[in-house]
Design a binder for this molecule. Sequence first.
Ligand code: G3P
Length: 228
Amino acid sequence: MELFIDTGAVSEVEEIAAWGVLSGATTNPSLLAKEDGEPGDIIRKIANLVNGPTSAEVVSPDAEGMIAEGQALRKLHEHVTVKVPFGPEGLKATRALTDDGAMVNMTLVFSPNQALLAASAGATFVSCFMGRLDDISVDSAKVLEEICDVLRARDLDSKVLAASIRHPEHMVVAASLGCDIATVPAKVFHQMLNHPLTTEGAAKFEEDWKSRPEFGEWLGGLVAADKG
Ligand code: G3P
């Protein structure tokens, strides 16, 4: 499963991209609205940092407007993926944009039937929301499993993108179900990273190594010799 970052904050992308784990990014109007600066500059900076598909969302209510916005947004950067909200107008726009060679991420997908329609309209990525389903007491793992089963049965090219990720357990579920991508908030990346036994183990290694000062001299000498 590839990892995208779900944010409009360039600083968060800079931090997590430095870990060497990112394959792309997703933004949306709500995430961008939290940031200062022009959306185009933000999207271009994020696309350069992740060097992979970077979703920028259209906001028009009708297909004609979505297509025009999508065509303009994709010119921001070669990696820009046009993000289109699910619905009849979104399906029309997705078909037109993908037929014109654009990458499209259909978002706000909450059921296997919606996912099937999105994939049938040619969506490159189908963003299946987990957290917002859990928020209304719907089992997101079950829905995501149904979506994965339905799309696999159709042998469609669309990639299942797990979205609305709220905690590391969503990541385990998405990966276990074979989702192609998960788009992850910076907060969850940090939750994925941390474990008390890792922290404890690193401290013990440092303490034991320091108990033999000659080892430190040996390693320092090895590094110096290697640098020549
Ligand atoms: O960006 C799409 C999706 O990941 C946002 O989900 O529920 O955190 O707003 P949410």
